[in-house]
Design a protein around this ligand. Structure first.
Ligand code: DMJ
Length: 621
């Protein structure tokens, strides 16, 4: 039988060729299978997998129904998005942390089930969802109601006021020049020994006095000095530091200082640095409640509680003084993570039961419960209250929750802490589980200003009361200055055992160039234009010049009641940031950093009110 299937080919010959072809095809298909298989062993096969596999195949889902699978994929997407948000421009350690410890709110299971393939795939999918930098500086400036520096840099018309303002500017230049000369790049100046001080508050960060001075130099028109400061930030501010730093201090001084410098000048270097720093602070929030711990190592991201804080607790004035800066970090980066962190703190504080409506100073970041019932508007509590009312104001009066919390806290403060001394002085006592300590810290003197700026939005029947209370507290704080030999105020003053606004303990007699009393003068001047506040401010200038100015700068003093002063050899960075800035503003016209546009953070760094007419670009499309 002859097969004539293929002309010219014999049957036997055809049989032989067919089997050769079969072997060849078999070999070919084996080769293809091998090559495809090998792709999966290449180091980065994610892209190829996406070419060859469908989306669902590339995201192995371990459990259950399709709904479960979708839910898991959604969670994994969210996890990857947050991980990416946490580690934009990451350090190596940061990246590692982001992978091996989930941010608050992401369940561990999400992470365990998100193997290598899933992470790579979702990360790629999320590229498109990266927060886009939508902040437009020019548009932001146009939304301000007035120019930040006023019509003529706030120059007062009256010659005496101008002379006083010039004196304050000279003080700033003197403080700055000495810092520059003897302590450049260190955190503070030691004016007696004429060297630099690094300290332990900022971990490995340096240049606290530079960062704290940027905006003061700028508004005082000390532009050459401002340029020096800016150049240092650009070339020398190293954020990759190790060491124990206080989350609170880094936030109010560095984050606050850089934010203000950016908003005032529009220089991108400040924005870049502050966003980088903001991200380094995020691991402090990785606690069971999301309440951050007080200390953080910016290099490793490890955080812990202060050794002195009872039972590993976090401090109200520390975790409650992040809101303004973190909201602005989200504004600038278009990354909601910062705002989410502080809103979580807010939520917990709003919900938790409060003894007599008061907020104790210590809270466990693990259980979310109060640890001790000590309440104070001085140290440990102070700026938490300040940030409630300022959050409301900074939101262009839209943050109703902050408003409600502030005025409820104020009711409780009025009912429990506001006292009248036998000599007729109004003061804010401290509360220890129902027992009053008739003492007011210098720090608590900020409350005059706080009550003042919050008066207008109080209940109609309370407005005048709050403004009066603001005036009374400011008056009491002024009294604490006038009753000392140096005309500077002690660290704490008492109203017991016959004392009226005077320190009764040796350990409370010092003055470290603190700003709070002058801060209240500045706000009360802006709110009432009562000339006594400028006079009181000038008294402080004279006292500072007489007792704190030394050849190498300004120094704190050990005993305000001793006319032969003993200096503590420290020019605090907040002297440049706050004390001198508030004095300068006190002697300026109100259109220099007008209060309709700016709130000052607790280190006196001005942050803009987010006016409702400013919308990030993406919201407009
Ligand atoms: C500053 O760092 C801030 O004002 C903070 O809120 C309290 N302590 C100092 C100034 O006294």
């Amino acid at each position: 039988m002859v097969f004539r299937k293929f002309p010219g080919v014999s049957a036997s010959g055809m049989g032989l060729r067919l089997s050769q072809k079969f072997v060849f095809l078999l070999f070919l298909s084996g080769l293809v299978t091998l090559c495809l298989g090998a792709l999966f062993f290449l180091p980065d096969s994610a892209r190829l997998k996406r070419i060859f596999l469908s989306k669902t195949e590339a995201q192995p889902v371990t459990v259950g129904s399709e709904n479960d699978a979708r839910e898991q994929a959604r969670k994994a997407d969210a996890a990857a998005a947050r991980v990416r948000a946490l580690s934009r421009k990451p350090s190596v350690t940061h990246e590692a942390r982001a992978v091996d410890r989930p941010p608050q709110g992401i369940k561990a299971q999400d992470e365990r089930s998100s193997g290598r393939t899933r992470t790579e795939t979702t990360a790629a999918q999320n590229d498109a969802r990266q927060p886009r930098d939508t902040f437009e500086y020019d548009r932001f400036k146009k939304c301000l109601l007035g120019s930040p520096l006023g019509s003529d840099r706030g120059k007062p018309g009256d010659p005496q006021t101008l002379q006083r303002r010039d004196k304050v500017k000279e003080m700033m230049k003197f403080a700055w020049d000495n810092y520059k000369h003897y302590a450049w790049g260190k955190n503070e100046l030691r004016p007696l020994t004429r060297n630099g001080h690094i300290g332990t508050m900022f971990g490995g960060l340096r240049g606290a006095s530079i960062i704290d001075s940027l905006d003061t130099l700028y508004i005082m028109d000390l532009l050459e000095e401002y340029e020096e400061a800016k150049d240092w930030v650009e070339n020398n501010l190293d954020l990759n530091s190790n060491g124990e730093s206080s989350l609170f201090e880094v936030n109010i001084r560095y984050v606050g200082g850089l934010l203000s410098a950016y908003y005032l000048t529009g220089n991108e270097v400040f924005k870049k640095k502050v966003l980088e720093l903001g991200e380094k602070l995020l691991p402090a929030f990785n606690t069971p409640t999301g309440i951050p711990r007080g200390v953080i190592n910016l290099g490793s991201g490890t955080s812990w509680s202060w050794g002195w804080a009872s039972a590993g607790s976090s401090i109200l004035a520390e975790f409650g003084t992040l809101h303004l800066e973190f909201v602005h970090l989200s504004e600038l980066s278009n990354n909601p993570v910062f705002r989410e962190k502080v809103m979580n703190i807010r939520k917990l504080l709003n919900k938790i039961e409060k003894p007599h409506g008061l907020y104790p100073n210590f809270l466990s970041p693990v259980t979310g419960n109060w640890v001790q019932h000590h309440v104070s508007l001085g140290g440990l509590g102070d700026s938490f209250y300040e940030y409630l009312i300022k959050s409301y104001l900074m939101s262009d009066k839209t943050d109703e929750e902050a408003k409600k919390m502030y005025y409820s806290a104020l009711e409780a403060i009025e009912a429990n802490l506001v006292q009248q001394s036998p000599g007729g002085l109004t003061y804010l006592a401290e509360w220890r589980g129902g027992i009053l300590d008739h003492k007011m810290g210098h720090l608590a003197c900020f409350a005059g200003g706080m009550l003042g700026i919050g008066a207008e939005d109080g209940a109609p029947e309370k407005k005048q009361r709050y403004l009066d209370l603001a005036g009374e507290i400011t008056h009491t704080c002024h009294e604490s200055y006038t009753r000392s030999a140096t005309k500077l105020g002690p660290e704490a003053f008492r109203f017991d055992a016959g004392a009226e606004a005077t320190a009764t303990r040796l350990s409370e007699r010092y003055y470290i160039l603190r700003p709070e009393v002058i801060e209240s003068y500045m706000y009360m001047w802006r709110l009432t234009h009562d000339p006594k506040y400028r006079e009181w401010g000038w008294e402080a200038v004279e006292a500072l010049e007489k007792h704190c100015r030394v050849e190498g700068g300004y120094s704190g003093i050990r005993d305000v009641y001793a006319s032969a002063v003993s200096h503590d050899n420290m020019q605090q960075s907040f002297f440049l940031s706050e004390t001198l800035k508030y004095l300068y503003l006190l002697f300026s016209d109100d259109d220099l950093l007008p209060l309709q546009d700016w709130v000052f953070n607790t280190e006196a760094h001005p942050l803009p009110i987010i006016h409702r007419n400013y919308q990030p670009l993406q919201l407009l499309h």
